[in-house]
Design a protein around this ligand. Structure first.
Ligand code: GAF
Length: 399
């Protein structure tokens, strides 16, 4: 089992690195932005439904300071070969290639468009602990990290919800992925040992204490190399939009997730195309399942909650078709192990991570058996972590 990162070790290593790259560490400030898991409510956010995520203690750490001139200098420990990326503030609205600096540029651009004044250059060194393409939202973690850095350096006082929304805008308008607000919201509003029940239609939310009795949430990473996730994601977005339009010829709705399962079933013939019916059915059923799951969770009925996790995975596999052999092998093998209440993929899918609710004293055996089965089936190893739920994006108190 991989251990959760030690933040003080990261901070001292980062401080040294900053000094090597940028000369000294005078006037620097430290920041952290987590990754997230989503307990249930997948591909419901951009369909106006509920999600139930939590921020985790693994994330992106940054050290930053203002410059007197207009130059922006960035360095990521995850991409050391890129060296120090340097550009003028006036070029921040230009997306070039698909490098990580585009997330920084995107946040500067969105904040500026929203009327906030970023009028100087800065230096930023980051260290990301979230495996890329893992479905734990390394990109939203980076967006919100940059958000809290800019907010602090330029004394912008951006309301937290607006910062979250600007993170989503960066993803949608600058990066080009039509994602919903799940990731940025979880990362912006996360609290230690809490999950968030968020209604993505109204943005009303409830913080839900996470009490797992004798269970752990185990994160299982497929380690599948990145494979066209963005284009397949956008395709699902468009398919559910099309299905919505067909239903709107009769029903007065603004989002698929306004429907009950029964109303959907009675009207699904309007969609006509069987593939689009499946896509829309997932969104509607998953949303209603999420509402029931959250109630079971709050009532401490983890057995019922676990069954809903399994049903969620089945729907993502059969109706939404975003799983694949890697996630199916992990989730389905996990579901059969002793002491497991439920398992499902988390995040966008097509690779990335799954989660399982596993009895604390069974975790070691669980990792061994699921790990062996996965390697035999898929040909390479999965990784396992016990999730710890931590606070959202923030400036760190470091002397
Ligand atoms: C990705 C997206 F960024 C989220 O908005 C959400 O749609 C999720 O996939 C699927 O639930 O993480």
């Amino acid at each position: 089992m991989t251990n959760i990162v030690n933040h003080s070790t990261i901070l001292s290593a980062l401080t040294e690195k900053f000094s090597t790259i940028f000369g000294d560490v005078k006037d620097v400030a430290y920041f952290f932005s987590p990754g997230r898991i989503n307990l249930i409510g997948e591909h419901t956010d951009y369909n106006g439904g509920y999600v139930f995520p939590a921020s985790i203690t693994i994330g992106t750490t940054g050290i930053a300071r203002l410059r007197k001139d207009m130059t922006i200098k960035l360095f990521s420990e995850n991409f050391p070969d890129l060296g120090v990326i340097t550009f003028d503030l006036s070029q921040a609205n230009q997306k070039v290639g698909d490098g990580w600096e585009n997330y920084v540029k995107g946040m500067i651009t969105m904040l500026t468009k929203a009327g906030y004044e970023i009028d100087h250059g800065f230096e930023l060194l980051i260290h990301g602990e979230i495996p890329t393409a893992s479905g734990l939202s390394s990109s939203a973690s980076l967006e919100l990290l940059v958000g809290v850095v800019l907010d602090d350096l330029f004394k912008l006082a951006v309301p937290r919800l607006e910062l979250v929304q600007l993170g989503q805008k960066t993803e949608n308008e600058f990066i080009g992925v039509n994602s919903g607000i799940l990731d940025q919201f979880a990362i912006g509003f996360g609290q230690v040992n809490h999950a968030i029940l968020l209604d993505c239609n109204t943005l009303k939310y409830e913080m839900v204490p996470v009490e797992l009795q004798d269970y752990d949430i185990v994160i299982m990473n497929t380690n599948k190399p990145r494979a066209l996730t963005e284009s397949k994601y956008n395709e699902r977005f468009e398919q559910t939009q099309k299905a919505l339009k067909r239903l709107q010829t009769k029903l007065k709705i603004t989002a698929l997730c306004e429907l009950s399962n029964d109303t959907f079933d009675e009207n699904s013939h309007l969609i006509a195309d069987p593939l689009l019916i499946k896509r829309a059915r997932h969104a509607v059923y998953e949303n209603n399942r999420t509402k029931i799951a959250q109630k079971a969770f709050v009532a401490g009925d983890l057995v019922a909650f676990g069954k809903l996790l399994n049903a969620s995975h089945a729907s993502l596999k059969n109706d939404y078709e975003v799983t694949g052999i890697e996630l199916d092998t992990l989730a389905n093998t996990a579901q059969k192990q002793p002491g497991v209440l439920g398992a499902r993929m988390t995040g966008a899918g097509f690779g990335g991570c799954a989660i399982a609710l596993v009895a604390h004293d069974k975790v070691a055996d669980f990792e061994k058996i699921v790990g062996e089965t996965y390697e035999k089936t898929v040909g390479y190893k999965a990784s396992f972590y016990v999730a710890q739920l931590g606070a959202g994006a923030r400036k760190l108190d470091v002397e």
